[in-house]
Design a binder for this molecule. Structure first.
Ligand SMILES: Cc1ncc(COP(=O)(O)O)c(C=O)c1O
Length: 387
């Protein structure tokens, strides 16, 4: 057996989502806020276009990195919305953003190469790096400093083996977005180290609140060629089950990733790609979903912040509340189990994302408003019982 894979941790979010589904079978009152999945249906124009294409017999291999129509739509979006100039020939359609990250990491790394990941981080970066034979070097960002990126922390993690830095904004799990001063630090860091790539995971880009704006690092001219942008349709247009993502990079990374792609995936489904083209015309639907997430965010975090010993900063993007618990010195695993048993609420413990210093939980508010309200009420009762 492959030792690298045997040593990998299973995905904590997939495990807890599965556990919640099992528990709901016998206890329908259990509220799962563990998963990272929009509760909305995919907008009808997208589904209709895919169905039409399927009925027309678009069921054969689709040779190439993605249909031209879809890659052109992505190229246009990258320019108009992200300020990123990219070559349509270097856009690769992938089964989800996750696979784009997998391909990009494998394209760049040689065994023992190092990748810097900012902690707390999404659960899959480290296993993907390990599977590619690389080493994940974690930079612990500080809750008390609003998880801001600092030059000192980046420099302390850099070695001659560093080949990539992975960032993710809007962030899962913290809900932070990238601020301009941090983007400047990243740009300077890349300019100081011309041998590394920046992988920018922008999968939650469309879910940003208030007046905040997304910054795409590939829009920075000086480093554009070294930024690999990952994005997709799962979160922005509620298409998780379609498995549609993409990677935008320079020619070298594209060519290496596409070689691996040809031998592992062959191609993406043609009729699903036809559906995805329509996503770019669904701006109204996306905006409606975003507004609902924002209302839920305000309601849920407002209720949690009224509980003694519980604190949640307003997420700036994505659909996660990153909640600090100061309860009887419990750690996040203990709070997770306590809330499951006493509030019937499934959340993700912060330690699954590498936050070991303080007790945080991640709750997804991509969940029906009534369930969220009930979850917050249950958490209040359960926490006040032991305060
Ligand atoms: C930070 C982050 N990146 C990438 C992904 C992958 O998304 P998908 O493969 O569904 O497009 C997720 C999904 O949860 C995520 O949270």
């Amino acid at each position: 057996m492959n030792q690298k894979i045997l040593q990998m941790q299973p995905s904590a979010s997939v495990t807890l989502m599965g556990k919640a589904k099992e528990m709901q079978k016998t206890n329908p009152a259990i509220i799962s806020l563990a998963g990272g999945e929009p509760d909305f249906d995919t907008p009808a124009p997208i589904t209709m276009a895919a169905m039409k294409s399927l009925l027309e017999g678009n069921t054969h291999y689709v040779v190439g990195p993605g249909i031209l129509e879809l890659r052109e739509a992505i190229q246009k979006k990258m320019w108009e919305e992200n300020g990123v100039v990219c070559d349509v020939n270097h856009i690769l359609l992938t089964p989800g953003g996750k696979n784009a990250i997998y391909l990009a990491v494998n394209a760049v790394l040689n065994p023992e190469d190092e990748v810097i990941v900012l902690d707390p981080a999404w659960v899959s970066y480290e296993p993907i790096i390990q599977a590619a034979g690389g080493k994940c070097v974690k930079v612990k960002l500080d809750y008390k400093n609003q998880y801001r990126i600092t030059k000192e922390k980046l420099e302390a993690a850099y070695t001659s083996k560093t080949k990539m830095l992975i960032i993710n904004y809007p962030n899962n799990p913290t809900g932070r977005i990238l601020h301009k001063d941090e983007a400047d630090i990243l740009e300077d860091f890349l300019l100081a180290h011309p041998d590394i790539y920046l992988l920018s995971d922008e999968i939650y880009e469309k879910i940003i609140y208030d007046d905040h704006k997304n910054i795409s690092m590939a829009s920075r001219e000086s480093i554009r060629d070294r930024v690999i942008t990952v994005n997709g349709f799962s979160k922005s247009v509620a298409m998780t089950g379609w498995r549609m993502g993409y990677m935008v990079s320079n020619k070298e990374v594209f060519q290496a990733a596409y070689k691996l792609y040809q031998h592992s995936l062959s191609c993406m489904s043609g009729f699903l790609q036809k559906g995805a083209v329509e996503a770019f015309g669904c701006l109204r639907e996306m905006e409606e979903m975003r507004q609902i997430y924002q209302q839920r965010r305000d309601m849920f975090t407002g209720m949690l912040n009224r509980i003694k010993g519980v604190r949640c900063d307003l997420p700036e993007g994505a659909f996660y509340a990153w909640v600090y618990f100061d309860v009887k010195n419990m750690n996040s695993m203990e709070v997770c189990e306590y809330l499951l048993e006493n509030a019937g609420v499934v959340g993700m413990p912060g330690n699954a994302y590498g936050e070991e210093n303080i007790c945080c939980m991640r709750f997804s508010f991509a969940t029906a408003t009534e369930d969220l309200r009930r979850a917050a009420e249950n958490i209040k009762v359960a926490i006040e019982k032991i305060q």
